[in-house]
Design a protein around this ligand. Structure first.
Ligand code: AMP
Ligand code: GLY
Length: 423
């Protein structure tokens, strides 16, 4: 099978790596790809959101399966374009993608279908927001409605702080994500965990779980980011966690999607808060997480490409795929300016091979003519390692980080959290 991976981050590098290792995969392409995907197949210089150009290239290259990674591509309707052209596509329609691209749509969907989630009020203006906050008590989570790369949520410790956030957003005219609408939400207390379900339009199956680290600094300090590290499987949750998520979250979501005429194909990423009362949905994403994909892919056994193809064909078949009992931890190496800005870094060593149980996946980057790598994103690499349990995976990942940091040629330019997967 000839597979296209759409996207350019470390998530797509990990997906491309796992797909390329699948027995059914004959060739793997990426659009636009990065330095990692270039090492195992052709990169096409096509934007992840350019549906028309992607369709043309897929037809020309006889692509059997397109796997769409980033939320921006899904929100731009890339999966719809590919499917209309008859290309088997793993990723949801733009319409289903609203579960992620609009926090207000997503909240209303959960309310309509009885999915446990925090109480929330949608507001459309500064006056509206201030009026709601007059009656608010305690903490308030302020969320911009649109896609904001993990940067559109502020957990305000009190009403005064929440007022400050909405005033700043509305007064500056720069609400993260570019919309006008904001969700004011009650704070959920518990531990966060993400469950990844695979869906073929008719059935939903929980594949695996992971925990990610969203804040920039050690000890969960500093601003929210796209994610600074992750580990899988989750530790410290009830043994029946997956069954409870299946019953309380996945079942009503699937019923709701079917009732609303949505044929959901792809990954449903359930971002959960595990409260005293079990799982509450903090957010849905309509794709694999980044960096969660980087810690899930090394745990996959079997023909992963075939699994994705079966879902894209509307006939999910778990086939030979299973998740290893071994754990995986992943640490993101970011530029010191991340998440404030993305600083290009040139002249990085392209050889990031680390041995059988450790991997380094490139973020946005390209191979230069001299064989070095130029990184263009804030998150430069995700370094992952397997281990018999999370503690060992963590130790192996940090050993790999230190080995790689020496070799990379970017001393001082990169930072990383030192407490990923630490309990
Ligand atoms: P989101 O983009 O909606 O996932 O929000 C980003 C992060 O903000 C989440 O991963 C949580 O850590 C935090 N967060 C969002 N909503 C809530 C909530 N209702 N209660 C507590 N924390 C939240
Ligand atoms: N790591 C969080 C996300 O991919 O949205």
């Amino acid at each position: 099978m000839r597979v296209l991976i759409v996207g350019s981050g470390a998530r797509e590098d990990a997906l491309s790596w796992r797909v390329a290792a699948s027995p059914s995969c004959e060739a793997v392409y990426a659009a636009p790809g990065n330095a990692g995907t270039a090492s195992r197949g052709e990169n096409w210089a096509i934007s992840a959101t350019d549906g028309k150009a992607l369709v043309q290239a897929c037809l020309r290259e006889k692509i059997d399966l397109a796997v769409v990674g980033p939320e921006a591509a899904i929100a731009a309707g890339v999966c719809d374009r590919l499917r209309e052209a008859g290309i088997a596509t793993f990723g949801p329609s733009r319409s289903s993608g609203r579960l992620e691209s609009s926090k207000i749509f997503s909240k209303r969907f959960m309310q309509r279908h009885g999915v446990p989630t925090a109480r929330a009020v949608a507001v459309h203006s500064l006056d509206g927001a201030l009026k709601v906050l007059e009656e608010w008590n305690g903490e308030c989570v302020v969320k911009a409605d649109g896609l904001a790369a993990g940067k559109g949520v502020v957990v305000a410790p009190d009403v005064e702080a929440a007022r400050g956030v909405v005033k700043e957003w509305y007064a500056s005219g720069h609400i993260p994500g570019g919309g006008r609408d904001v969700l004011l939400e009650e704070l959920l207390v518990g531990r966060e965990v993400s469950i990844f379900a695979i869906c073929d339009g008719r059935a939903m199956y929980p594949l695996a779980g992971a925990c990610d680290y969203k804040r920039a600094g050690d000890g969960d300090t500093g601003p929210n980011t796209g994610g600074m590290g992750a580990y899988s499987p989750p530790v410290g949750f009830p043994k029946d966690m997956v069954d409870r998520v299946r019953e309380r979250v996945l079942a009503p979501v699937l019923r709701g999607l079917l009732a609303e005429g949505e044929s959901y194909v792809g990954i449903l990423y359930c971002g959960l808060m595990w409260t005293g009362d079990g799982p509450y949905v903090v957010e849905f994403n309509v794709r694999f997480g980044d960096p969660e994909a980087q810690v899930l892919m090394p745990r996959v056994n079997g023909d992963f490409a075939q699994l994705l193809k079966s879902a894209a064909d509307g006939a999910l078949d778990l086939g030979t795929v299973s998740f290893a009992t071994r754990a995986c931890a992943g640490v993101v190496l970011a530029t010191s300016a991340y998440p404030r800005s993305n600083t290009p870094l040139a002249g990085l060593c392209a050889d990031v091979g680390l041995g059988a149980d450790a991997h380094a996946f490139w973020g946005e980057s390209a191979l230069a003519a001299d064989g070095t790598v130029r990184s263009t994103g804030g998150r430069v690499l995700t370094v992952t390692a397997l281990g018999d349990d999370v503690a060992r995976a963590r130790a192996n990942a940090y050993d790999a980080v230190r080995a790689l940091a020496k070799r990379l040629g970017a001393a001082g330019a990169l930072t990383y959290r030192t407490d990923i997967a630490k309990f």
